[in-house]
Design a protein around this ligand. Structure first.
Ligand code: ATP
Ligand code: MG
Length: 394
């Protein structure tokens, strides 16, 4: 049901099978696991389970919620009403379709809210006028499906969205939920479409009123796509997390206090806060160096890039699309990357009689530098360098 059936009708591969059981979902999940040799994890409180099969494949199983009883008389039979009320709690009509798996009409489409019609006309409609108010996450979910499938928002749904935003109901979302929705949008195939739409609806104000306020911010983000294809060709080590690079772009030009407030609003984990902070600082430092310095030598090139996260490299290349920076980046990634790693390890240094400790870092740095400059190219030459520079004087 839900996304799986929607994608089935759109002819888009989707492995996320959700099963809803009218009755007891948890015992059903247990039987399914037993029959096919899987493991079950269940939440009694919600009546939900996940069955995980030996090959890692997962199926979500829910119990149809009986919220229907809060509105007596609305629907004719108990059996139908339970699935109907379950589907009625969904976000958009295109996500309300299911396939019946048992009994009469098995394998027929259950389409109680005109999901198929809306799928054909490629429109997103909510099930009732309070949908976005009930759960403002749906504002972001609407953008997800609209952009991913190139659907249009229904006229009414669009008006409901705008009034929910005007009432500032996004303020009621927890940091974790808001962050999660933004991350999902940045992970979509076309993140720029999602970003433009969020901006057009003025949704970034709920993270920070200052976010993406300068026209340059968007221009930089727009350049990212071509930088990613450059990175794909040139950067062989780690691949950058696409969503994170766009995320960095949202935070890049915020002033320090706005940055801290935004981090706080999204309740970002300390590690992510620190990496955003470090990437912002490093990118700025390198831009400064580009302005003030003349030609960079191998050492400058090496240290500029060696200290940057891969995500920051990508963002930096979009920030400054100068020939000089391009040239340096190409030199670094085609000539230095990987080749600067010394053959000697910390253990080797201990073996040579050096005291383990912070001083090791400067020894290793000297070795890297020498590799980059081409003054050493073998293990033996490294040993000679260490003896000459770090052991002789003692
Ligand atoms: P995706 O392909 O991005 O995973 P999906 O439609 O499968 O899209 P999920 O977030 O995986 O979306 O959620 C599964 C289903 O649960 C949806 O199809 C939708 O019917 C329902 N759902 C999820 N979140 C909400 C929500 N906030 N409000 C209402 N229904 C929701
Ligand atoms: Mg899904």
């Amino acid at each position: 049901m839900g996304g799986f059936v929607r994608d089935l009708l759109l002819n888009i591969p989707n492995q996320d099978i959700d099963i809803v059981v009218e009755g007891e979902g948890i015992p059903f999940a247990a039987c399914l696991a037993e029959e096919f040799g899987g493991r079950v994890t269940s939440h009694e409180k919600f009546g939900t389970s996940v069955v995980i099969f030996p090959d890692g494949y997962r199926i979500d199983i829910a119990t149809a919620r009986m919220e229907y009883y809060k509105y007596p008389g609305a629907l004719p039979t108990v059996e139908k009403s339970s699935i109907k009320s379950d589907l009625f709690r969904r976000d958009f009509t295109v996500n309300t379709m299911a396939v019946k798996l048992t009994g009469a009409n098995a394998y027929c489409l259950i389409d109680l809210f005109n999901g198929e019609r809306d799928l054909r006309s490629r429109e997103i409609h909510v099930l009732h006028s309070l949908s976005f108010i009930e759960d403002p996450c749906r504002l972001f979910r609407a953008i997800r499906f609209e952009q991913r499938f190139n659907f249009a928002m229904g006229k009414q749904a669009e008006a409901f969205m705008r009034s929910t935003i005007k009432k500032r109901l996004v303020d009621a979302l927890s940091g974790a939920r808001l962050f999660n929705e933004i991350k999902i949008l940045l992970n979509e195939k076309g993140p720029m479409g999602c970003i433009r739409r969020m901006q057009e609806l003025d949704l970034f104000q709920f993270v920070s009123p200052e976010m993406l306020q300068a026209p340059k911010d968007i221009e930089v983000l727009e350049r990212l796509e071509s930088v990613f294809s450059w990175a794909d060709r040139v950067i062989t080590a780690d691949k950058p997390d696409v969503w994170y690079v766009y995320f960095l772009g949202l935070f890049y030009s915020l002033k320090e206090d706005a940055f801290l407030k935004a981090v706080d609003r999204l309740n970002l984990p300390t590690r992510m806060k620190n990496s955003l902070q470090a990437d912002r600082t490093h990118c700025r430092e390198i831009l400064e160096l580009l302005i003030s310095n003349k030609e960079w030598g191998p050492k400058e090139i090496y240290y500029a890039f060696a200290n940057l996260s891969i995500a920051a490299v990508v963002y930096l290349m979009a920030l400054s699309s100068t020939d000089r920076l391009n040239q340096y980046a190409n030199i670094y990634f085609t000539e230095y990357q990987g080749k600067a790693e010394p053959a000697l390890t910390g253990d080797d240094l201990v073996g040579m009689g050096l005291e383990p400790g912070p001083a090791f870092q400067s020894v290793l740095n000297a070795l890297r530098e020498a590799r980059v400059m081409g003054s050493v190219s073998s293990r033996e030459e490294e040993v000679a360098l260490v003896e000459e520079q770090f052991l002789k004087s003692r």
